[in-house]
Ligand binder design. Structure first.
Ligand code: UDP
Length: 253
């Protein structure tokens, strides 16, 4: 079936969905880092992220967090609600790592006095700069109310996922969320969109501090696909036939 391609990003493609107000989110094996300077393929990543993100979104909706996720369609696709994406990346940090550790000259792994929420503007041209509430409201990327909703939702996601992951021996170091606006009979509400996966989270083994996320790709640590598989295994969502089921990308029209 030929479907209209709505948007193609680095790791996903969005197609027109079967009904109005829906989209099909297709997970690719492509990986990029450092604002596209580093590019590669992590075989099977799309299949695993589709499952892992499904799992997190379903668990979150069960505790009352609204998400765009409707249902998984197949190995690489899920049906989601169409939303107007707010052009911000909301990052929640529990432990210093990555660009944050560099910015404040902190050792990676240093605990933070409390969870810190940051906003970055989604802009490839500008390299996703850190922005403040002043920038966000002045330029109209989001309102004060939108920001308040996103902050409350992000902290609830952090509490819930930190606990869930702790239960499978993983520390939620930091993660990135994206939100969208959904209109339902003249009313707008903000819901969680995009994906939650080892592409968008830092996950460290509680005992060994081993990195089980995209930093293995960013930093050439090796065993990248294996790390994503390990996360899926611990969450109990490894595709039934196991790694055999995980094939490379299919050519999409
Ligand atoms: N992150 C992301 N997409 C981005 C930037 C960051 O998903 O474009 C995630 C990243 O995986 C990490 C968290 O947000 O879990 C914080 O990333 P950081 O700002 O430290 O950036 P990095 O060091 O990855 O450049």
């Amino acid at each position: 079936m030929r479907r209209k391609r709505i948007y193609e990003g680095k790791a996903k493609v969005l197609f027109e969905g079967p009904e109005p107000g829906t989209l099909v989110q297709y997970f690719k094996d492509d990986a990029t880092a450092f604002n596209n300077q580093k590019q590669g393929v992590i075989t099977g990543k799309g299949v695993l992220n589709n499952r892992i993100s499904e799992y997190f979104m379903v668990r979150l909706s069960e505790v009352g967090i609204p998400t765009h996720f409707m249902r998984r369609l197949n190995m690489r696709e899920q049906l989601v609600r169409e939303v107007e994406i707010i052009p911000l990346e909301v990052v929640v940090r529990n432990i210093a790592a990555g660009s944050f550790a560099q910015r404040f000259k902190m050792e990676e792994g240093a605990p933070l006095p409390r969870s810190i929420v940051e906003y970055y503007l989604k802009s490839d041209d500008l390299g996703d700069p850190l922005v403040t509430e002043e920038h966000i409201t002045a330029f109209g990327w989001a309102s004060t109310q939108d920001l308040d909703d996103m902050l409350q939702l992000s902290l609830r996601v952090n509490d819930f996922l930190s606990g869930l992951l702790m239960g499978v021996g993983l520390r939620l170091v930091d993660f990135k969320l994206e939100f969208g606006r959904l209109w339902e009979n003249e009313e707008m509400r903000i819901i969680l969109a995009d994906e939650i996966s080892p592409d968008s989270c830092r996950l460290w083994d509680t005992k060994t501090n081993e990195k089980l996320d995209k930093d293995r790709f960013r930093r050439d640590l090796g065993q990248v696909a294996e790390a994503y598989q390990e996360v899926a295994r611990r969450l109990g969502v490894l595709p039934e036939a196991g790694p055999i089921d995980i094939k490379g990308p299919r050519v999409m029209q």
